[in-house]
Design a protein around this ligand. Structure first.
Ligand SMILES: [Zn+2]
Ligand SMILES: [Zn+2]
Ligand SMILES: [Zn+2]
Length: 84
C-alpha cells in the first residue's frame, strides 16, 4: 500500500518530531487507488482495490539536541509526551 513518508527533525530534549516535508511512497500496485499505476481511470468502482493508505512513516533527517519551537514557545514546565 502507498504511504506518506514524513521527513523531519527530531528534537531530543522533548521527543517531538517536526515535519519538514512529506512525500508519497508509491506501491506501484495496479489495484491500489493511490498508486499512479492504478488500473481504473477516474472513479474506481472495484471493491477489490485498496482504498486505504498505510500509516505514514517518520523519517528523521535531522536531530536537534534542543526542544522544538513549539515547546520553546509554550515554555511549559511539565514533561511533554513524545508524539510518536
Ligand atoms: Zn498503493
Ligand atoms: Zn480501482
Ligand atoms: Zn517539543
Amino acid at each position: 500500500m502507498c504511504h506518506n513518508i514524513i521527513d523531519g527533525r527530531r528534537h531530543k530534549l522533548c521527543g517531538h518530531f517536526v515535519a519538514l516535508a512529506t512525500r508519497r511512497q508509491d506501491c506501484r500496485r495496479v489495484d491500489c487507488l493511490f498508486s499512479e499505476r492504478h488500473m481504473h481511470m477516474g472513479q474506481c468502482r472495484s471493491a477489490s482495490c485498496l482504498r486505504l493508505m498505510s500509516p505514514p512513516t517518520f523519517n528523521p533527517i535531522r536531530e536537534s539536541p534542543t526542544r522544538c519551537p513549539q515547546c520553546v514557545m509554550a515554555k511549559t514546565g511539565y514533561p511533554v509526551l513524545p508524539n510518536i
